[in-house]
Design a protein around this ligand. Structure first.
Ligand SMILES: [Zn+2]
Length: 111
């Protein structure tokens, strides 16, 4: 190998190493973003579960008709895009899809 070829090889290795480092850096940023997003969602989920457990408790006890304060709160949570039904409890409604179980909880007849 001539000196020129050795230097060219080193330059090539240097270039590809820089590109790899750039890729690692980008991936690292993506991971940090995902971790932050995950943390936010976990907090949101915990908060909503607390809210739901507070709201669903008086609802089962109350025997009044129409939208009680509890039902109005459930309606607000539902309209914020989350399930209030027992089946999907606290999960996000995908693309605000309507949920018959939630509607039953909010607007259903008292038994
Ligand atoms: Zn639901």
């Amino acid at each position: 190998m001539k000196k020129k070829e050795i230097i060219d090889s080193i330059v090539e290795v240097e270039k590809s190493t820089e590109a790899t480092l750039q890729t690692i850096s980008t991936l690292k940023e993506e991971i940090v973003k995902l971790l932050e997003e995950n943390h936010t969602l976990q907090m949101e989920n915990t908060h909503l579960r607390e809210r739901l457990s507070k709201e669903t408790q008086p609802l089962t006890e109350e025997e009044t008709s129409g939208l009680t304060k509890s039902r109005l709160n459930l309606e607000n949570i539902y309209e914020d895009g989350f399930h209030v039904c027992n089946i999907f409890y606290g999960q996000r409604r995908v693309e605000d899809e309507p949920c018959a179980f939630c509607l039953e909880v909010i607007y259903g007849e008292r038994k």
